[in-house]
Design a protein around this ligand. Structure first.
Ligand code: PLP
Length: 231
């Protein structure tokens, strides 16, 4: 089932990219595997899916230990500063950096590890008081501050738009994230200002996100089925 789902999602991504004159290779599928057993991740891995998104640091570390070397981990959950050390060690990309304090903690641990790390700034694009992420008005200042941290490479922006029963309603939020990224790139605030990553779009709205410029789509349910409820 996972193999079929993976195939279908990849075909949808390709079709959608071509329809809006984009190169399908510019869109990376992040398989969101929170609460999904390692056996299912192995199945996806066997069918060519190497990049996984995890939300909880202990779960991520445990899976990382079991699968080490084989996967690329994107950390996509809320990250507390006291968990920065583990996240810095096991992540290829941390998509959810939203404060200078967290970036500084990561930079400190990366110095010890002797490695650089790619991150995305999580933007609370809808100014939703219940959501994490930096509000759009503060993104520029945060980017300027993080530019001073030598171990951290900000490759782009990530967002989880306000929930809506109608996927089409998320389109303006995706557009807003792209416009914000373009503005910041024009000011030279990313690691590579000609190739800025935009992580947006999930199972229900990834097609719309691709139309609006997503370079990473984070897909869980459509790939692995409905998640078991977390204990
Ligand atoms: C769980 C989660 C996803 C995947 O959502 P689905 O609707 O299952 O595809 C994507 N992004 C984040 C940040 C998540 O927490």
């Amino acid at each position: 089932m996972i193999a079929d789902n993976l195939q279908r999602i990849k075909e949808t991504i390709n079709r959608c990219a071509l329809r809006c004159q984009r190169n399908p290779e510019d869109i990376q599928l992040i398989a969101v595997s929170k609460t999904i057993p390692v056996s299912s991740m192995r199945e996806a891995l066997q069918h060519g899916q190497r990049t996984f998104g995890e939300n909880y640091i202990q779960e991520a570390e445990q899976k990382w230990n079991e699968l080490e070397g084989a996967i690329e981990l994107h950390f996509i959950g809320h990250l507390q500063t006291n968990k920065a050390k583990i996240a810095a060690r096991i992540s290829s990309v941390i998509e959810t950096v939203d404060s200078l304090r967290l970036a500084e903690a990561l930079n400190k641990h990366l110095n010890v590890l002797g490695r650089n790390l790619k991150i995305l700034i999580q933007v609370n694009i809808g100014n939703d008081p219940n959501k994490s992420g930096t509000v759009p008005e503060h993104v520029e200042e945060l980017l300027r501050q993080i530019q001073l941290l030598p171990r951290i490479e900000v490759i782009g922006l990530m967002t989880i738009p306000p929930l809506s029963p109608d996927p089409e309603a998320t389109r303006p939020w995706f557009k807003a994230l792209r416009h914000l990224a373009e503005k910041m790139a024009a000011k030279g605030l990313f690691h590579d200002n000609r190739h800025v990553a935009l992580s947006m779009g999930m199972s229900d709205d990834f097609k719309i996100a691709i139309e609006e410029g997503a370079t990473m789509v984070r897909i869980g349910t459509a790939l692995f089925g409905h998640r078991p409820v977390r204990a």
